[in-house]
Design a protein around this ligand. Structure first.
Ligand code: HCA
Ligand code: CU
Length: 492
């Protein structure tokens, strides 16, 4: 049975430009504990007072997970770990000749002596000890065995096999872990696999197959450079492919969202499981299959992880998807009408137009000649925000970008500082999103306008949307198409 050590608070905070606040760390630890990970690596207390305090607070929070603190192989650092109240110290010290020659200037025997001494010292303080041979994957095998066995003899009960620069392959990890198992004294083996070649999760799974015990993860796969395996992917891969059901799935989405929100580190839409497109179907063939039986194009029920299936209507869409979308509104159309509606959708799609439910209803109205008097499920709205004068507008923009339903954000001139185009499934979701937006620190006032209809304008956008977000052009106008709005909410 696998174990998980989540290192969002240590490896994850080594993600470029990511730093957590104290309260954020405590919230992350709490959510990780809800998921049921066996160990939480809470940080290295020598990094900064914030890190040390966070470890202290997390260690005394009464969580079920074992609290691990990272440490260099130095007495004063190990003592700090003890003072923070962590259950375990993870002492790391590189073992590859590249690191020994270039960075540490130590001989193999000096390393063995130092590790024995530091592990014994940590044990004398009453700490459990993991020893990490950093860059283990590029370390001479016999030396690796010697130094790990020295650590185990001195009292370490875990070894973390670190593929520090992500150069392993699954078959290779399998052989190496099997060989380690045969040569190491009794201990648990952790796998710390970096994702530099996109193989981190595959490598970790191969290592577990070969007899290792534990996988290191971070939320959203954060970490130095390309990070390490994503917590949700590890849990879902083991749940679905290996039948491991011991972790609680409910908090996983919250964790992924929360991390995006507080770090501004956004995951790609095609990211497995938590990515925006993970359960969205587009081509006619796929949507037709999914509407008949979702198993045709889904590896598992999205509801298992609290997500919804989505079907995109655009030029790839077939008749069955459009028919089913209209049926959701209680609208039935004749076969020839359906064909005309689909053709019109394809025509619009060819113009690269994004098609909302409001468009489909309008097309259906034109084609059938009947009045269709229903409210679209998908609601688009413009949210305008005024920001407190002492707060940088971009800070609020960054928060806004972390919400899944925010399509576009603009810094603007005039009465409001920010305008955002949002798209949600229903009125309740709209209310919730507005509530969340209003809670963003620095937001003074918000005003929301529902979009009833939208029309393509005659002009062309000067920049693509993504680049206008990254690099706002003051002369860009908030609205690039004409909208008719209806004011729904105003607050101070
Ligand atoms: C690093 C250290 C480490 C340690 C892994 C571990 C690595 O280089 O920052 O202690 O299990 O990747 O080797 O993260
Ligand atoms: Cu690492």
């Amino acid at each position: 049975m696998i174990e998980i050590l989540d290192s969002t608070l240590r490896e994850g905070e080594q993600t470029p430009y990511v730093n957590f606040l104290l309260e954020e760390k405590i919230e992350i630890a709490r959510l990780l504990d809800q998921v049921g990970v066996e160990m939480i690596e809470a940080g290295d207390p020598s990094v900064s007072p914030n890190v040390a305090t966070a470890i202290e607070r997390i260690a005394s929070a009464g969580l079920n997970a074992e609290i691990v603190a990272h440490s260099l192989a130095r007495r004063e650092n190990i003592r700090l770990v003890k003072e923070c109240g962590a259950d375990r110290v993870a002492i790391f010290y590189a073992t590859s000749s590249i690191h020994l020659d270039a960075k540490l200037k130590k001989t193999p025997q000096q390393v063995i002596d130092l590790i024995s001494e530091m592990v014994s010292f940590a044990r004398s303080l009453g700490l459990k000890v993991r020893y990490t041979p950093e860059d283990a994957s590029r370390t001479d095998f016999n030396f690796l065995v010697a130094v790990c066995n020295a650590a185990i003899e001195a009292g370490a009960d875990r070894i973390s096999f670190a593929d520090t620069v992500g150069v392993m392959q699954p078959h290779w990890v399998y052989e190496r872990i099997q060989a380690l198992r045969q040569n190491l004294l009794p201990c648990k083996i952790d796998l710390h696999c970096h994702n530099d070649h996109g193989l981190a999760l595959a490598n970790a799974m191969a290592g577990i197959r070969a007899g290792a015990d534990c996988i290191h993860t971070t939320v959203n796969g954060m970490g130095e450079r390309c990070g390490i395996p994503d917590l949700t992917e590890v849990i879902m891969a083991y749940a679905n492919l290996e039948g491991v059901k011991k972790y609680r799935l409910e908090a996983l989405l919250d964790l992924a969202d929360y991390l995006e929100k507080v770090t501004g580190f956004f995951t790609a839409p095609n990211k497995p499981i938590t990515g925006q497109n993970a359960f969205t179907h587009k081509s006619g063939v796929h949507t037709n299959g999914v509407l008949k039986d979702p198993r045709t194009y889904e590896p598992f029920e999205p509801a298992w992880i609290g997500r919804d299936r989505k079907i995109v209507i655009d030029k790839y869409t077939g008749k069955s998807a459009v028919e089913s979308r209209l049926a959701e509104y209680g609208i039935g159309v004749a076969a020839d009408e359906l064909e005309q509606i689909v053709n019109e959708i394809k025509r619009l799609g060819d113009q690269r137009k994004q098609i909302f439910d409001a468009d489909i209803l309008e097309i259906a109205e034109k084609v059938t000649g009947r009045v269709i008097d229903v409210i679209p499920h998908e609601i688009d709205a413009l949210v305008m925000l005024e920001v407190e004068s002492h707060i940088y507008t971009t800070l609020v923009v960054r928060r806004m970008r972390s919400f899944r339903n925010v399509i576009n954000i603009f810094e603007i001139t005039g009465e409001f500082d920010i305008g955002a185009l949002i798209s949600v499934e229903n009125v309740m979701a709209l209310n919730n999103l507005i509530e969340e937006i209003r809670r963003i620190p620095g937001v003074k006032r918000s005003e929301t306008r529902l979009i009833l209809k939208k029309y393509p304008g005659n002009g062309k956008e000067k920049t693509d949307r993504a680049s206008s977000i990254r690099d706002p052009q003051p002369q860009e106008k908030l609205v690039d198409s004409i909208y008719l709005f209806n004011k729904v909410q105003q607050n101070d």
